[in-house]
Design a protein around this ligand. Structure first.
Ligand SMILES: C[S@@+](CC[C@H](N)C(=O)[O-])C[C@H]1O[C@@H](n2cnc3c(N)ncnc32)[C@H](O)[C@@H]1O
Length: 292
């Protein structure tokens, strides 16, 4: 089977409506990506302000007529300013199969392993998270996730409560539970991420210890541990929300930050947290510390 991927860059407040239209127009899957830190269009002088900060990605069967889809979307959403979009044919090969072949168990820190659910466990005595991320982000292969997993492994999480902000596949919250935490609140803007997190938590026998919320339903809660692997933009905007989730002397890790953005995020969070030296992997940085 071959596919075509239609990516539309838009403002966040229109993303959900565009996603709904993509589904109605025949998309097999719709995903949302926060593209705040990679603006692609700056208004020229005199133009209507337009700053697309979200990518809405629709996956279509290669046989589908995407011209009709695009015309319908332009008609509904592109009257003032034509929608910015790209079309990417996915090669005619089994992408999922290739991904599964390439994803092997990986160790993080001393105790923790992330194991694809279709592979054998290398060390049965270790803390093993069995993972099948599906369409949601978070396999451990990305440096931003890896930094958080090592940080979680370094903590004593016994009986701790944890907020996993931007939970994606649920990988961080589930790892925390398997490392001894008693309760996790996972939050994500993507409903598919919440579904993937619940399924992965159940696969790991911790389904009854995790609660999952869209941001509009998120509960008031003070956790011992807060981990947020989202981009620098949301970390900036949601600083007070994320800070309030951490109870005094609780610990925090912020990831999804490019190395050159780390200082700004440190300055922002240093008001409320005593920060540790920034950890980096490749181009990515993690800011961590404990609440004053
Ligand atoms: C980089 S992924 C991290 C996934 C997983 N926690 C990990 O560490 O691999 C970021 C996740 O944050 C979610 N996200 C982005 N902006 C968000 C926001 N403002 N509020 C809540 N979740 C958000 C995305 O949908 C995505 O699932």
């Amino acid at each position: 089977m071959s596919w075509i991927q239609l990516t539309i860059r838009t403002e966040q407040d229109r993303a959900e409506a565009i996603g709904d239209s993509l589904s109605e127009l025949g998309a097999q899957a719709v995903t949302f990506v926060d593209a705040k830190d990679t603006p692609v269009y700056e208004p020229k002088p005199g133009e209507v302000h337009y700053w697309p900060n979200t990518e809405v990605i629709g996956l279509f069967d290669a046989e589908d007529d995407t011209d009709i889809v695009i015309a319908a979307l332009q008609n509904d959403f592109g009257q003032q300013q034509p929608l910015a979009y790209t079309l990417n044919p996915l090669e005619d090969k089994d992408w999922e199969r290739e991904w599964m072949d390439n994803f092997h168990p990986i160790q993080f820190g001393k105790r923790l392993w992330i194991c694809p659910s279709w592979r054998d466990i290398p060390d049965p005595d270790a803390v093993n998270v069995m993972l099948d991320p599906g369409v949601a982000f978070g396999t451990g292969t990305h440096p931003t996730t890896a930094l958080c997993l090592r940080w979680l492994d370094s903590l004593d999480l016994t009986d701790k409560t944890v907020v996993d902000f931007g939970c994606g596949s649920g990988i961080l919250g589930i790892a925390a539970l398997k490392l001894g935490a008693k309760r996790v609140i996972g939050i994500d803007i993507d409903p598919q991420a919440l579904e993937a997190s619940q399924a992965n938590a159940e696969r790991n026998g911790v389904g009854d210890q995790i609660e999952l919320y869209l941001p509009e339903n998120q509960p008031q809660f003070e956790a011992d541990v807060v981990v947020a692997n989202i981009l620098a933009g949301p970390l900036r905007e949601l600083q007070s929300v994320i800070t309030d989730y951490c109870h005094p002397v609780g610990v925090l890790a912020l990831s999804g930050i490019l190395v050159e953005q780390a200082e700004e995020i440190e300055q922002l969070y240093a008001r409320d947290f005593i920060l540790e030296p920034v950890q980096t992997e490749g181009d990515w940085a993690m800011v961590s510390g404990f609440k004053k």
